[in-house]
Design a protein around this ligand. Sequence first.
Ligand code: GDP
Ligand code: MG
Length: 344
Amino acid sequence: MSAEPSIAAAATKAIAIWRRPPRIRVTGRARTGKSTLIRALALMSAEETAPVDEPGAPDPDLGGDLVLYVLTGTPQPADRRILAALPPERVLAVLNKADAIGTRWSDAVAAAEQYSHDLRVPVLPVTAELAAHTRGGIPSDDDLRTLRRHRDRAGTAFTLSPELFTSATAGPDTAERAAVLERWGLHGVAVASIALRHEPDLNPRSLLQLLHAASGIDAVHLHLHRRYERLADRRGGELLDELTRLAARAVRTADGSRDRIEDYLTGPEAARLGVRAGQAHPGIAHLATGYAAIAPDDPDEALARAQRWRAVACGDLPASARRAALRVHHGYVRLWEQLTHAGL
Ligand SMILES: Nc1nc2c(ncn2[C@@H]2O[C@H](COP(=O)(O)OP(=O)(O)O)[C@@H](O)[C@H]2O)c(=O)[nH]1
Ligand SMILES: [Mg+2]
């Protein structure tokens, strides 16, 4: 019979793939903090894999959209092998347990930069345990009273180990100290003590913000969000390619599937997807920074951008980057057409 139902079905399938939520896998060696990081990020859709580098066990399946790779300390040969086999645009690595690296945050930042350079993927320092605590609630007045009572000991060996922090030699409030330790972890206690020494009147909300900032988790959130956007842009481009292919293959029949696909491809949403997909190409992404990702609402701006991208496409570029630049150019031309016709 007619090929038409299969065209409609194929278009529906392409749209479903485009809309599918990203699949993210959190991996790394055993006890690097994968579960803790998932809690800290509140990543509902993330799946923790079996640990990497387990004797006798195969490497975990790292298919899907994004891989969040958890390191602690110096990367091991298994970390290097697995990271080298993954496409860099699909990977973000964190250097967890930053609280255990050196004596200050800048030591963890320097280590992360070094690993990032060696491994050729972004590596962000983080203290997932503290970040997970700051998700769990706000410091109580009791917590603050206990920490204030010992603020003269902030920055000393007192906060170096759970045993020292809860030692009976520091006073009769061992149970209260154990409770604070339980709620905020050793690193949280150390950071909070120093903050309270400098500012004894700090309120619970400000202290929570400070602990959250000290965990480094916001940078991970931000990077992940950017990865999600890049992924959405790439998928938008794949949708356009697939629909273009389907429309080219289809015969025009009564049910109008091909006309609907063509209408969509010449419409405003496809133009915006094309601009975004083109700009996300790694070879030209740097040329797109500074420009709002959404289309301008004045036709002159759309035309100016179309001309600019035409010039980029005529420059010295590898073939795939040139196609991407042309896709941006075409997207802006379409938008310009729509904006000028809409005004008539
Ligand atoms: N010092 C420190 N310990 C952490 C941190 N994150 C996790 N841990 C601890 O590392 C251990 C393993 O964590 P878990 O999330 O279960 O690791 P997984 O095996 O990779 O899932 C636990 O005892 C955590 O409390 C961190 O940022 N700093
Ligand atoms: Mg786990």
